[in-house]
Structures are given as C-alpha cells and as structure tokens.
Ligand binder design. Structure first.
Ligand code: AMP
Ligand code: MG
Length: 323
C-alpha cells in the first residue's frame, strides 16, 4: 500500500495513462463515475482486489461491482447472458449494475465467493477513458472507508483514504450522487437488489416486469450480502422524521436536513436540501458529511417521497439512521 497518494485532474490524458499503469501493476486508483467515486483495482487480479478490501476495511463477504468499458467486456465475465440482461445493457453506460452468472476468469475474492458477478459501464468520460486505457475490468466499490457515506468529491476520497490509495483522479462532484441500481438478471423476472441512480420506473419502461427485493426474502437477501452491512452512516446519530417535524427538534448539538427553509428562531444547523429529487440525490452524501461536524450529535433528516430517485434516497437515509 502506498504511503503517498497522487492526486491528478481526471481530464488530463497523462493522468489517465498514469492511473491505468498503476491499475495494471496491481495498484489502487480512486476515480470519478456519474454515481459516486470508485476505489478501483484490476478485477481479475486477486491480490489487487484484496487491497481494496483492506483499504476500505470492507467485510470480505461483500462482493464488488466490476466496471467495464464495453458490453463485450461484460459478456466475457459471464457464463451466460439472459435476454433481460441484453435488453438492460441498452441502458449502459449508466447507473445500472447487472448481476450475471459468473465466468471462471473472475476470482472468488471479487465476488465474495458468489457464483454471480455484478457488472456495469459507468457514464463518465474519465472513468471510460481509464477503463479503455488499462484494458482490464476494474472492480470498484465506493471509495470511502466501509460504513461511511459514499464519496461524491475527490476531497471526500482524500478524507477517508489519503495515504492508502495510490492515485486519486479528481473529476469534481459526481452528477448522480447515489450508487448504481443493482439488478439480478439471473432470475425468471429481474429483481432489484439495491435501489440506486436508475429509477424503478425507468427499469420497468425498458424491460417490463421487475421485482424488488424484500427484506423477508431470505434466499434473495443472502445473495446480496452488502445489504446486511452498516452503511452510509456519519459519526453523529441520524434520526428520520416526517416532513415538517424537524422545526420543533432544534438544539445546540442538532443539524437538520430539510427541503423547507430554515424556520425563524430555529437553534442549530439547518441545511436546506434541493426540492427536486435529482438535486437532493446529488447533494445527499456531501450534506451528511458536512453536517457531521464537531459538536453535532444528532442529524435530523426529513423524509422524502418514495417515487423515482426518492426510493434510493429513502433507502440510504434509512440505512444511515440504522448505522
Ligand atoms: P458498493 O460497491 O459499496 O456500491 O456495493 C456493491 C453492492 O452490489 C453491494 O450491495 C453488493 O451486495 C452488490 N453486489 C455486488 N456483487 C453482487 C453479486 N454478485 N450478487 C449480488 N449483489 C452483488
Ligand atoms: Mg459502498
């Protein structure tokens, strides 16, 4: 592991070449995607992938998403590509991860021993340039210490992983701000394992019937181990309340996230979130980190409507509150 972290602008071709070389040599590169920053390593190099788990402090039973530049590269990682997967690949590049039957080339450590592999093509010019330049599939979970809110700027990555990652490509703030939607396409009907940056409405428009993983479905839950782990949590306690209820909960050690303006006389920090769900999603993880300041003991968050991107936002908020 490196003691020094190089930070380069993501739109610099020389930086992309350098980062690609680091990946080919088995190193770790944090890079921007449209969802959040990823912590990448060569997905087919078990030793390199182990470094991701060590750097993040990630439980070994939580599989990684493999990033590729083209559908052919995704097909090469799968034993079979079901018709629903072919249809959904037409939504790539984008915030959509497909869980496919795993081909033998993919090491156990990458998939946490599952017989499936999660794959996506990210919609970010620097991520695509890096993937093309290194020529390998790149395993990349979010570039945060395990359990913390995902990073949506290069500064967030540095705050968690400075000195641990070899290179950070700085591409500014991520456009979507939430992780990808994970869809298991190995079943008769595709199933959303994790809500994310591509809405359920958009998925159904593309492929027809889509199931959503229920916490009661133990067989399906066991196939998505990441869902069991603590996630997205700041150090302060997170409390979820209904819209309009935060105003009454002020205090010196309180910070609020609300889509409404700060009420007159409110004591504590008040972070006004964008009213539109796209804007809210983009600001979410940054706001959680920012409000998690010294002196803040409780972050009170007003719930959002669970439609479109609101489902993924509500999922992250619930899990931040469980942390
Ligand atoms: P992260 O990389 O932190 O965004 O987390 C990746 C998510 O994808 C986790 O929730 C994993 O459980 C899920 N995932 C990755 N690979 C698989 C797989 N083979 N089967 C089911 N879920 C997966
Ligand atoms: Mg993560």
């Amino acid at each position: 592991m490196s003691a020094r972290t190089e930070v380069w602008p993501a739109d610099d071709p020389a930086a992309i070449a350098r980062a690609a070389e680091v990946l080919r040599r088995g190193g770790l590169v944090a890079f921007p995607t449209e969802t959040v920053y990823g912590l990448g390593a060569d997905a087919l190099d078990a030793e390199a992938v182990r470094r991701i788990f060590a750097a993040k402090g990630r439980p070994a039973d939580n599989p990684l998403i493999v990033h590729v530049a083209a559908p052919e590269q995704a097909r090469a990682l799968a034993r079979a590509v079901p018709p629903a997967a072919e249809t959904l690949m037409s939504l790539w590049p984008g915030p959509l991860t497909l869980v496919l039957p795993r081909a033998a080339v993919v090491p156990d450590v990458t998939t946490a021993g599952q017989d499936t592999v999660a794959v996506r093509i990210p919609a970010h010019p620097a991520a695509l340039a890096l993937l093309r330049a290194c020529g390998r599939p790149v395993a990349a979970p979010s570039a945060n210490r395990s359990g913390r809110p995902s990073p949506t700027t290069a500064e967030h990555v540095r705050a968690d992983l400075d000195g641990v990652v070899d290179v950070i490509l700085d591409g500014g703030p991520c456009a979507v701000g939430l992780e990808s939607t994970v869809v298991d396409v190995t079943r008769a009907t595709p199933m959303v394992l994790r809500a994310g940056g591509l809405s359920l409405e958009a998925l159904r428009a593309a492929v027809g019937a889509v199931d959503v993983l229920s916490g009661q479905d133990h067989e399906a839950m066991s196939r998505s181990p990441g869902l069991r782990h603590r996630h997205y949590a700041p150090r302060a306690r997170v409390v979820l309340v209904a819209p309009g209820q935060a105003a009454a909960l002020g205090g010196e050690a309180v910070a609020v996230m609300s889509r409404s303006p700060r009420p007159p006389g409110f004591v504590g920090r008040w972070r006004r979130m964008p009213a539109d769900l796209e804007g809210y999603a983009q600001a979410l993880f940054g706001a959680l980190r920012e409000l998690d300041a010294p002196g803040v003991e409780t972050i009170v968050v007003e719930a959002v409507p669970e439609v479109g991107l609101g489902r993924a936002i509500a999922d992250r908020l619930r899990r931040a509150a469980e942390g």
